[in-house]
Write a protein that binds this ligand. Structure first.
Ligand code: MG
Length: 255
């Protein structure tokens, strides 16, 4: 069932989503060659707790960490550990926070120093696909309209979207109905209504769309061909006035 949110509830979800944006920025300030992903996780978890939030990924179905940190060919769900960040890496950080009982979700792919022009382009196109999808988050559109637009933008730029994972409803919990795939057919899927809150999150591969999940940890999702991937995500409310993006990259980009 798709749970609709009141205006007051949307404001509370915004508070949680903005704390996600601030945490992404705080983690981003510490991303540099020589630090480990476990160190970044510790920075993020401390910041979340200092601000009264609960990191929702920690303990979710056994996930061990506060943040998902996915480097290079890891698409999503990377578990922070003793991996050292190095110049030229791309580091995707995905954070879900509960604050005052409401949940926000956002992700950002950071470039470490100088990344290749190919990687810069992948990040740019993935980010564009996110905002193209967000712009369709209006009453009367359907979930398939979002997926279709995201998929078309990525494919026309020579990239592929992951099929195994998708966006989702969010706000009362970290994963609610509906699923919001990054591919689809226009005019299909659940109808978007005022009061819905969803996470739109293109996961885009430079090479093939095929991914594999780690047999060791059950989480880490890598591209099968070893080529890099990028991931950007916002929490958005569907309102009578159109999309209201509740999370923000401003804390990262206007530092
Ligand atoms: Mg999400």
């Amino acid at each position: 069932m798709i749970l609709l949110k009141t205006k007051e509830e949307i404001e509370l979800i915004r508070d949680a989503a903005l704390l996600v944006g601030k945490t992404l920025a705080e983690v981003g300030r510490h991303i540099r060659p020589g630090v480990t992903t476990a160190y970044l996780d510790q920075i993020g978890e401390q910041f979340i707790r200092d601000n009264g939030g609960i990191p929702m990924c920690k303990g979710f179905e056994g996930f061990p960490s506060a943040l998902c940190i996915s480097v290079n060919d890891v698409v999503v769900h990377g578990i922070p550990g003793d991996l050292f960040i190095k110049e030229g890496d791309n580091v995707s950080v995905d954070i879900v926070i509960k604050l005052n009982g409401y949940v926000g979700d956002s992700a950002y792919t950071f470039a470490v120093g100088e990344v290749s022009p190919e990687m810069q382009r992948l990040m740019k196109v993935t980010r564009e696909a996110l905002y193209i999808g967000l712009d369709l988050c209006r009453p009367g559109n359907r979930v398939g309209d979002i997926g279709h637009a995201v998929q078309m933008h990525c494919e026309k730029n020579g990239y592929n979207v992951v099929r195994e994972l998708c966006g989702h409803g969010v706000g009362f919990d970290m994963h609610e109905s509906p699923n919001v795939p990054n591919y689809g057919v226009k005019g299909t899927g659940p109808l978007l209504k005022e009061g819905m809150v969803i996470a739109v999150e293109p996961m885009v591969c430079m090479g093939s769309k095929n991914v594999k999940f780690s047999k060791e940890d059950g989480w880490t999702c890598r591209t099968r061909d070893g080529k890099p991937a990028a991931h950007f995500e916002h929490t958005v409310a569907i309102t009578a006035n159109g999309p209201d993006i509740l999370s923000s990259f401003d804390f990262i980009e206007n530092k």
